[in-house]
Design a protein around this ligand. Structure first.
Ligand SMILES: [Zn+2]
Ligand SMILES: [Zn+2]
Length: 344
């Protein structure tokens, strides 16, 4: 028995040695590089015949966790690809999820805090390089033109360099700058199968701030953006399959700001205190969602951004167990005209 164990260990050590030497040989590296590149460039996300929502960012600006990008929810069907907000690090998640950047329908902004718009330029560039032939439409309430004009100006030289380098065939110049589409709340986008409706939410003193509802073949997804628990939102979310809602863990925040004050950091403690009144305390959402007939409540834009299992647990404290705490790259698939919600 002892001899057999010794023999097995020796073989494993030998294999590890051979592997570590081989890994540094040029032909082996070239082979592995080719396999990896084929996986990255040859891969496409599976096409799902229904409505999908993908979490491309679940964080708030409070707390740095590289495993969570800032606010971003992707809405994907075989014919549509919308992004609701695109915060910092969200473009990386969009690429990891292999979302169809080459056929983007548009970006829907909920409001213009930096953590909702910081990734806009990367998504515009990525979809242009990916093959988008027309200008990317960016939808939002009053103020969206200021944001879009600013990004277009800041990236004007970059667009010129890329067109000069790659040519107008590969990068059609008219598709380079984004186009702002300012709307009043109501139906903001529609075709035969999809209706996108926006509604005002309560992110006071930030105004306007909106949320969105997507209806596609009998299925529906609502995205709150930043807001307190709002009657307007839950009226718009009536019988929705999924509501992605901004959420704040009050107990965790209270401990954080107490520790900041104790540690002699009054400025950051004040900022954390200011944040409390314009996001939804997680404990205020379940009853409202149940009363509206919402089938699945998902918390995202998490304030503070959970850093580990402990802070995730604190977020769920006092909740019923049916509510889901979003993680980046989580995908919710809704088959047409059905009740099923497939989560992975
Ligand atoms: Zn905000
Ligand atoms: Zn925010």
């Amino acid at each position: 028995m002892i001899r057999r164990v010794t023999y097995t260990v020796a073989v494993l050590v030998l294999l590890a040695l051979v592997g570590s030497v081989a890994y540094r040989l040029a032909p082996v590296q070239d082979f592995l590089m080719k396999r990896g590149a084929l996986l990255v460039f040859g891969g496409t996300a599976e096409t799902f015949d229904g409505l999908q929502a993908v979490v491309c960012g679940s964080a708030s600006p409070l707390g740095n966790n590289p495993d969570r990008a800032q606010a971003c929810i992707a809405i994907v069907t075989p014919e549509h690809f919308f992004l609701v907000d695109v915060g910092a690090r969200a473009p990386m998640r969009i690429n990891q999820a292999q979302l169809p950047l080459n056929r983007m329908t548009g970006v829907m902004l909920t409001h213009f805090h930096s953590d909702h718009i910081a990734g806009l330029a990367d998504v515009n560039l990525g979809s242009w390089v990916g093959g988008r032939q027309e200008s990317l439409n960016v939808y939002g309430p009053e103020g969206v033109a200021t944001v879009v004009d600013g990004f277009n100006t800041a990236y004007r030289l970059d667009r010129g360099y890329r067109i000069a380098h790659h040519g107008v065939e590969l990068l059609p110049p008219a598709a380079g700058p984004m186009t702002a589409q300012t709307f009043e709340p109501g139906i903001v986008w529609q075709d035969d199968t999809m209706t996108v409706t926006s509604f005002l939410v309560d992110h006071h003193p930030i105004h306007p701030a909106v949320g969105y509802r997507f209806d596609y073949l009998g299925r529906s997804v609502v995205v709150s953006g930043d807001t307190n628990a709002s009657d307007n939102l839950f009226a718009a979310a009536e019988n929705a399959d999924i509501v992605f809602h901004d959420a704040l863990a009050r107990r965790a925040l209270d401990i954080m700001r107490g520790s900041m004050a104790e540690a002699g950091r009054p400025r950051i403690a004040q900022i954390v205190t200011d944040v409390i009144d314009y996001h939804a305390d997680s404990l205020t959402l379940e009853d409202a969602a149940n009363a509206a007939g919402v089938k699945q409540l998902v918390l995202y834009h998490l304030v503070p951004t959970p850093m580990n299992d402990l802070t995730e647990d604190m977020f769920m404290r006092g909740l019923s167990g049916t509510t889901i705490l979003a993680h980046d790259l989580q995908t919710f698939s809704l088959p047409p005209n059905s009740e099923e919600i497939i989560i992975r």
